[in-house]
Write a protein that binds this ligand. Structure first.
Ligand code: NAD
Ligand code: ZN
Ligand code: ZN
Length: 389
């Protein structure tokens, strides 16, 4: 089959690789009909995630048709259309029982690698390094889906791929980012990053009762989508001082909660950006937490900082003093996608949201390398690339 392979830093290629096979009774093989490139894939593309190997199959946002089933999977049938969540989760361990699926204790065969870096291991993830299981991803013609009796959700008749594909990751992720804010009616929320994840965080904050949502980015075309499609008020951090502006907009108090939907490759200007770039280049700091620092400084006293942008390692100049002295709460996590798929599918069916609003480019799988490059450089007003095998 054809698959998008990681070949090294800033190098992906569509190659012929062996077809996936059923290895366990609870596996399914899915023929992929739609798959997408995520901001998290850019961290792999840019070489920030250790334990990638040449030839690894990328992709963790995908859906398709069940073409083969292990004999332990009784809730799916051949021919079912399913969306597959990015965290691989067994459904039975303590973490899964608590619905914290991205912390599944049984799905990362290389847990020891993650333990070295993070103390304990989270779940395995499709197409996301050997440290997170070494599973082949879904930017391909087919994928093996472990624990297929727990993860994939059947797509009801009448919904197009474009409407449901993002249940695999970014819609639940943005939603969880907002849910972690424990939004009370009337709350004011600020979201750093107007990428696809930020857009869903904005939408979800409104769905959960926020009265005003501010979106922060520097790409005008993304801020335009945040305004026109997600209903945010926007701040371009290249034009205004974000901390000053947020103070002014909130009577001096700051937003009730701040969402970091940027992660470890934040961009910035002035001294702090130069500092982070240099320390990262010298490998004295793995991540550039510019948005996170700003989100902490902006948040009102006693508020919540929700971190759904991905961080991989260690950061510098973390304003811990602000966290303690102003009684801030920091919440975070890889999304527990399985827990959100059903309720968010209901919202799509009720017409409360149509997630396809983020799609700007539909390419064939063969064009994945162009897709990565365009998404990385935010060319051609690129917001979200969907690949069709
Ligand atoms: P993206 O690259 O399309 O968007 C990131 C946006 O952040 C860009 O528009 C960029 O201009 C903006 N940005 C950069 N620096 C900024 C700054 N200092 N202030 C404000 N905005 C800034 O990526 P995406 O697909 O939207 O993903 C965003 C993040 O979410 C990534 O880190 C990704 O890995 C992460 N993610 C996490 C989960 C999870 O489960 N926690 C799931 C999916 C994605
Ligand atoms: Zn993702
Ligand atoms: Zn589990």
């Amino acid at each position: 089959m054809k698959a998008t392979c990681w070949m090294g830093k800033k190098n992906v290629r569509v190659e012929h690789v062996p077809d996936p096979q059923i290895l366990n009774a609870r596996d399914a093989i899915v023929r992929i009909t739609s798959t997408a490139i995520c901001g998290s894939d850019l961290h792999l593309y840019n070489g920030f995630v250790p334990s990638m190997e040449k030839g690894d199959v990328l992709g963790h946002e995908f859906m398709g048709e069940v073409v083969e089933l292990g004999k332990g999977v009784r809730n799916l049938s051949i021919g079912d259309r399913v969306v597959v969540p990015f965290p691989i989760a067994c459904g039975h361990c303590l973490a899964c029982q608590a619905q914290t699926y991205s912390l599944c204790e049984n799905s990362n065969p290389n847990a020891w690698m993650a333990e070295k870096m993070w103390g304990h291991s989270p779940c395995g993830i499709f197409g996301y390094s050997h440290m997170l299981g070494g599973y082949a991803g879904g930017q391909a013609e087919y994928a093996r889906v472990p624990f297929a009796d727990v993860g994939p959700i059947k797509v009801p008749e009448g919904l197009a791929d474009d409407q449901v594909l993002f249940l695999s990751d970014i819609f639940p992720t943005g939603y969880m980012g907002a849910e972690l804010c424990d939004i009370q009616p009337g709350d004011v929320i600020a979201v750093w990053g107007a990428g696809p994840v930020g857009q869903f965080a904005i939408k979800s904050a409104y769905l959960l009762g926020a009265s005003r949502v501010f979106a922060i980015d520097r790409f005008e075309y993304r801020l335009r989508v945040a305004r026109e499609k997600a209903g945010a008020e926007t701040l371009n951090y290249e034009e205004v001082d974000v901390l000053e502006a947020l103070k002014e907009l909130t009577g001096g108090r700051g937003p009730d909660a701040c969402i970091d939907a940027v992660g470890l490759e934040a961009h910035g200007h002035a001294l702090m950006y130069a500092y982070d770039r240099t320390k990262q280049a010298l490998m004295l700091e793995t991540d550039r937490p510019l948005a996170l620092r700003e989100a902490i400084m902006a948040c009102r006293n006693g508020g919540t900082v929700s971190v759904i942008g991905v961080y991989g390692g260690f950061i510098d100049k973390f304003p811990m003093g602000a966290v303690v002295n102003r009684a801030l709460t920091i919440k975070s996590g890889q999304c527990h996608v399985q827990r959100y798929m059903r309720p968010l599918l209901d919202r799509i069916q009720k017409g409360e949201i149509d997630p396809s609003f983020v799609i700007t480019h539909r390419l064939s799988l063969e064009d994945a390398p162009e897709g990565y490059d365009m998404f990385l450089h935010k060319e051609d007003e690129c917001m979200k690339v969907v690949l069709k095998p």
